[in-house]
Design a protein around this ligand. Structure first.
Ligand code: HAM
Length: 419
């Protein structure tokens, strides 16, 4: 027997109410903030991801699904959503449009991670990217959008963590300071951190290993090493967030797992759990479009994992609206009625009434049980007697009340009942 590959899941019908609800909320909120939908291919040139996310990151080193197709092209399944959007922005000349260009997506993301609760090898992200504007007001808008999404879904006890990691001008000095600081702790660090110290020192700050906590907690803060431009940007952003009454906390250990960020980085985390369960994150990436061959173009965005939102909704006991079931189940007794039921069901569907037809030769009791489990509001029952009289039996599945209805009144009755 085959099973779904490790780290992937089937989203079964009983889960769909959560998925539709979360996705439709995200999409309508994105549109409320002026974002337009973009869909990019499921795979891209490997270089797009390795260049954008960064060679020294876990994603590029260990997690990408990269393969060679039959034409010898090296391709990677979408490892994140930002780089493909930047590629599309450049490829379609969107820098010629009024800026910023605001785009959102809902798409599966593929990362070869160690599966656990809330961490999968295929997950879905809703993400927003605002390209072509560097002002801190746009950072505030993106952070506000992310925060409002979770709040409007009813989630509580969330923390909004914020940091600024500077730019090409001021970060080198900070990284040197960080390396010097950590050199004093080299013997105590975990194995990953020892290698990060050489390749990606910022990532030392978000290590989860117990032996690295003390060093990370008292490490030099990037916000103390910002150049005047970055410092001004960060302070304006904080001013906007205060004005919007967003309850942010500056966290000097927040650095994110992708290398393209500049200045603003932020994450939204459930207060009770660790960073493992971050439900959304993003930041500014002012150099990325330039690195991909475009003119220097500031940009900011964020993304959230739909599975993690749903996990949190369930953990917090938040119910979602049920999906509308079919209106009518057509049941029959006997062979002649089965033939009649085919035409009856087709006629009702053409009239716009949602119908599930019974199948096989189950007893009436079994058919009604099926109608019940499918959530039908009504059952229409026909047998030889009804065919002869030109009627049907209409059963209200909630009250079990039954009545005989002339065939020519059935559609009207069902429409007025559902309307
Ligand atoms: P990210 O932090 O790697 O950022 O992923 C964004 C969100 O996707 C996370 O906060 C989490 O909710 C969810 N997520 C990530 N990995 C998994 C996983 N293995 N299983 C389940 N959920 C997961 C990015 O991808 C950036 N592109 C975000 C961004 C957009 N930055 C700027 N614009």
């Amino acid at each position: 027997m085959y099973r779904a590959p490790r780290g992937t899941s089937d989203i079964l019908p009983q889960e769909q109410a959560y998925w539709r609800y979360v996705e439709s909320r995200a999409v309508s909120l994105g549109e409320l903030y002026g974002y337009q939908r973009i869909d990019t291919p499921t795979f891209e040139d490997v270089g797009l991801f390795s260049r954008s996310i960064g060679e020294g990151t876990d994603i590029v080193e260990k997690e990408m699904y990269t393969f060679e197709d039959k034409g010898g092209n090296r391709l990677t399944l979408r490892a994140e959503g930002t780089a493909p959007v930047c590629r599309a922005y450049l490829e379609h000349g969107m820098h010629n449009l009024p800026q910023p260009v605001k785009l959102y997506y809902v798409a599966p993301i593929f990362r070869y991670e160690r599966p656990q609760a809330g961490r999968y090898r295929e997950h879905y992200q809703f993400g927003c990217e605002a390209l072509g504007d560097g002002s801190p007001a746009l950072d505030a808008e993106v952070i506000d959008l992310a925060w409002q999404l979770f709040i409007s879904l009813g989630l509580a006890n969330l923390a909004l963590k914020l940091n600024s990691i500077g730019c090409q001008k001021c970060r080198p000095q900070y990284l040197d300071t960080l390396k010097n600081y950590y050199a004093g702790y080299a013997g105590e660090l975990c194995r990953d951190c020892k290698s990060r110290l050489k390749r990606n020192p910022l990532r030392l700050l978000d290590c989860k290993q117990p032996q690295c906590q003390a060093a990370a907690d008292s490490a030099p803060k990037s916000s103390d090493y910002l150049c005047p431009e970055c410092a001004g940007h960060f302070s304006q952003l904080k001013g906007y967030l205060e004005r919007l009454k967003l309850p942010f906390e500056v966290s000097h250990r927040l650095v994110r797992g992708l290398d393209y960020y500049t200045r603003t980085v932020f994450e939204i985390q459930p207060e009770s759990a660790g960073a493992q369960s971050t439900i959304g994150g993003g930041g500014r990436y002012d150099d990325l479009i330039g690195e991909l061959g475009g003119r220097p173009t500031p940009a900011i965005g964020f993304a959230t994992g739909l599975e993690r939102i749903i996990l949190n909704l369930k953990e917090q006991g938040i119910a979602v609206p049920p999906l509308a079931g079919p209106t009518v189940f057509v049941a029959y007794i006997g062979d002649a009625a089965r033939d009649e039921a085919v035409a009856l069901a087709a006629g009702m569907r053409r009239a716009g009434i949602g119908v599930i037809g019974a199948a096989g030769d189950k007893s009436l009791k079994a058919q009604l049980r099926q109608a019940n489990s499918l959530g039908a509001g009504y059952a229409v029952i026909i047998g030889d007697e009804e065919i002869a009289a030109g009627t049907v039996v209409l059963r209200d599945m909630t009250t079990s009340a039954q009545e005989t209805v002339p065939l020519n009144e059935l559609e009207g009755r069902l429409k007025s009942a559902s309307g």
